[in-house]
Design a protein around this ligand. Structure first.
Ligand SMILES: *[C@@H]1O[C@H](CO)[C@@H](O)[C@H](O)[C@H]1NC(C)=O
Length: 416
């Protein structure tokens, strides 16, 4: 009798257990990121990611959600912080992608970048990755990069009109400039393709058909390093904090490459005062209230930003005005000062963010968090001595002062 009762109880418990398991399995179904355009390369392995939260299913990309339902710990003192990063990160995903401009010959250099970005961040978030090239990507490039990216990869060929001389450019004049810059040994001074690249990154990458599927981008170049764990989702941070543009390194531009960029900018300001926002970062760009450019810019080989902002009338008017002036070819305007001047004048100060956690290297500069505790918490592998932030040729100190931000403890020791 007693044995029969125990068996009954076991059956009962087993039944309850099954119901609970069924409940959680059915609750945690998640539709995943909607499939992208037709030319997506199918993932060779498994699902993009599974939702781990047993209570709240992650909202679909682009759907409204309450941030309080999905706590996102930014540091060890925040609720839900886990020291060891394992498994897919719970919570919503933003409408975002990585983007890389690369040639087929860059495959092993971009492989290194992807490996670090995946290990430090994306293996838990599985964001897509868009690769762009002015030539078709070859099979090796696609195979290697697809095997490394945990999200879906897309490969786009840049349209001819986004990678060529516009018809108003005087070819002879442009050729003379290149010859002269070569003579004066200005870096990339005689390169045509470098100029096409700068113009593409300034005015077209965000309108490329594959990029039209997203609202946010994180730019990654071949051969970069990422030194610290990124626990949280920087895209989500941007969205929830009203940020539009983020950087990690800033410095002074070579004046030889942009002698008349500021004249063109001033002309634009005069023609389009409606695009210049109040509470902008003119103080980052100019020491005399806008008369001259101090050459400070955010280094654009790392960027996290809003594609909608770049597609806005304000930004497009700015790019088109610069493009008509011809400085991408008659000088060697870089996309870094172009993006930076735009962000500095057309975004509010507090829409620009400095990502201290994104410890980063691109030859020859390093951003390594100054704060030792942070480096330990995030398991960083950079040498703090290499940190460029507070050195004389960096503009980051100026950014901190302008925004009333407190510099990290110990920054004075890193100025030399
Ligand atoms: C992502 O953004 C693009 C561009 O705005 C939009 O077309 C697309 O529908 C969005 N996707 C989702 C899932 O919201």
């Amino acid at each position: 009798m007693a044995a029969g009762g125990a068996r009954h109880l076991r059956f009962l418990l087993f039944g309850v257990f099954c119901v609970i398991v069924f409940y959680f399995v059915s609750q945690s179904s998640y539709d995943g990121v909607p499939n992208g355009p037709q030319n997506a390369v199918p993932r060779p392995r498994g699902e993009p990611y599974v939702n781990q939260s047993p209570l709240k299913a992650a909202p679909a990309v682009g759907a409204a959600y309450n941030p309080a339902d999905f706590p996102m710990p930014m540091g060890p003192s925040d609720n839900g912080w886990t020291d060891i990063l394992g498994g897919p990160a719970p919570g919503p995903r933003m409408n975002a992608t990585f983007v890389t401009l690369a040639r087929n010959s860059d495959v092993w250099d971009i492989a290194k970048s992807i490996r670090q970005v995946e290990d430090r961040f994306n293996r838990r978030y599985n964001y897509d990755w868009v690769f762009l090239n002015d030539k078709p990507f070859d099979e090796t490039f696609k195979k290697v990069t697809t095997s490394l990216v945990s999200g879906t990869t897309f490969y786009g060929e840049i349209a001819e009109e986004h990678w060529s001389f516009p018809e108003w450019i005087d070819q002879d004049k442009a050729a003379k400039v290149r010859a002269d810059m070569k003579e004066r040994k200005i870096i990339y001074g005689d390169s045509v393709s470098y100029r096409h690249m700068c113009r593409f990154e300034s005015g077209f990458f965000f309108r490329q058909p594959l990029m039209m599927n997203y609202e946010w981008y994180w730019r990654v170049e071949p051969n970069i390093k990422l030194f610290c764990d990124m626990h949280y989702d920087p895209f989500r941070f941007m969205v929830e904090n009203g940020k539009k543009y983020a950087f990690v390194l800033s410095l002074y531009e070579y004046i030889e490459t942009i002698p008349t960029l500021w004249e063109s900018t001033k002309k634009f300001i005069k023609n389009h005062p409606e695009h210049i926002v109040e509470d902008n970062s003119m103080g980052f760009l100019s020491d005399d209230g806008g008369e001259t450019y101090n050459r400070c810019h955010f280094w654009s080989n790392f960027e996290i930003g809003s594609l909608s902002w770049l597609r806005s009338k304000a930004y497009i008017d700015f790019f088109e005005s610069l493009d008509k002036d011809g400085g991408f070819f008659y000088e060697r305007w870089g996309d870094a000062p172009v993006h930076s001047i735009a962000a500095g004048l057309m975004l509010k100060k507090d829409e620009i963010h400095f990502f201290d956690d994104a410890a980063y290297w691109h030859v020859p500069f390093t951003h390594c968090p100054t704060d030792e505790k942070r480096r330990m918490d995030l398991r960083c592998h950079c040498n703090p001595k290499d940190n460029f932030d507070w050195k004389g040729y960096s503009c980051t100190s100026r950014y901190f002062d302008l925004n009333g931000l407190e510099k990290p403890k110990g920054y004075e020791e890193q100025t030399k």
